[in-house]
Design a binder for this molecule. Structure first.
Ligand code: UDP
Ligand code: MG
Length: 313
């Protein structure tokens, strides 16, 4: 039986790490396969790193990759995938919102031959009504706009991939502005989904603000669709058509001439609105190009604990 790598991203999770570890100890008694528990410390400023170091000292199955600063959840998951040595990889959160018991059904799916397993959230108790609705709307929009992938609605940062898929993610998909869940769903291979109920956070507070989520949504759409970029052309056509209608209208009503004021004002407002929107969209794409051009590292590793030196690359 292949080795399992459980990848956990950690950012200021001192309140939950020990709970996570002891919950894992309980679940692991049912494992019939070798495993590693790989924590990626995403530049925590609290006691997370010392806690992880202590866990790693007494348990050789606990491995730690620690960043030089906070690089974000996505970077942490990518680093986890890069450093994992297992044949089956599961990415999950440290706050116990992703139930550890799900590891068993995931392993069954792997046994059935699936290589990408998306965990689909059925209900998120701690996320508010608004967060649930917006996340649903978000996936609908992305699916509508993108011809490169079809996304599972309510897909979360909880997923599992085989070593083959992990190798694809390690080699390609090194974009700087990225949406890992999206890549996981667009690499192909045998793919399936399992449902899970997100639990309450075991402690501490969520790191995602509404503003961060908005930012995240825009960059995802920009990463996976170039339709907004072409919006200018469509808007141009619509404006031309409106212009034509106005022209015809003016021709037929020329006898009561100075009545055009309202038309002009409306047209100017409308055209400026369209122009600014399109300039804004171009700005979004430029921002992505800029980020890719700079080619900065996705993450910088400061320290590794319990890791073989071969992963030092
Ligand atoms: N996280 C991270 N880096 C960050 C923010 C969050 O590694 O910059 C981790 C965090 O420790 C947790 C997971 O990502 O394990 C999900 O974060 P959180 O629970 O705050 O998000 P939510 O579940 O509320 O969407
Ligand atoms: Mg959470």
């Amino acid at each position: 039986m292949g080795k399992l790598s459980v990848i956990v991203s950690v950012y200021n999770e001192e309140a939950v790490l020990e709970k996570f570890y002891s919950a894992f100890q309980t679940v692991k008694t049912g494992f019939q396969w070798p495993y590693e528990l790989l924590f990626v410390n995403d530049g925590s400023t609290d006691r997370s790193l010392p806690i992880l170091t202590a866990l790693a000292e007494k348990d050789p199955c606990v491995k730690v990759v620690s960043f030089s600063r906070n690089f974000g959840h996505e970077a942490a998951m990518i680093a986890g995938i890069d450093h994992a040595t297992g044949d089956r990889l599961i990415c999950m959160d440290a706050d116990l919102q992703h139930p550890l018991e799900c590891i068993f059904p995931i392993m069954e799916k792997f046994d059935e031959g699936y290589e990408v397993i998306n965990m689909v959230r059925v209900a998120n108790k701690s996320a508010g009504f608004i967060k649930n609705i917006t996340s649903k709307a978000f996936y609908k929009v992305v699916n509508l706009l993108s011809d490169q992938a079809s996304f599972e609605e309510n897909a979360s940062d909880f997923f599992a991939v085989s070593k083959r898929v992990a190798d694809v993610l390690r080699g390609s998909y090194r974009e700087k502005v990225r949406f890992l869940r999206g890549y996981v769903q667009s690499v192909g291979f045998a793919r399936t989904a399992l449902e899970y109920t997100a639990a309450e956070r075991a402690g501490g507070a969520s790191h995602y603000s509404l503003r961060k989520l908005m930012r995240f949504s825009v960059s995802t759409i920009v990463c996976f669709s170039d339709l907004p970029l072409k919006l200018g052309v469509y808007t141009g056509f619509v404006c031309a058509l409106l212009g034509l209608i106005t022209l015809v209208y003016t021709m037929f009503t020329y006898h009561d001439a100075p009545s055009g004021y309202a038309t002009i004002v409306t047209l100017i407002c409308f055209l400026f609105a369209a122009m600014f929107i399109i300039i804004g969209i171009i700005g979004e794409y430029l921002a992505v190009l800029f980020a890719e051009l700079k080619d900065r590292p996705i993450y910088i590793v400061d320290k590794k604990i319990n890791m073989e030196s071969k992963a030092d690359a």
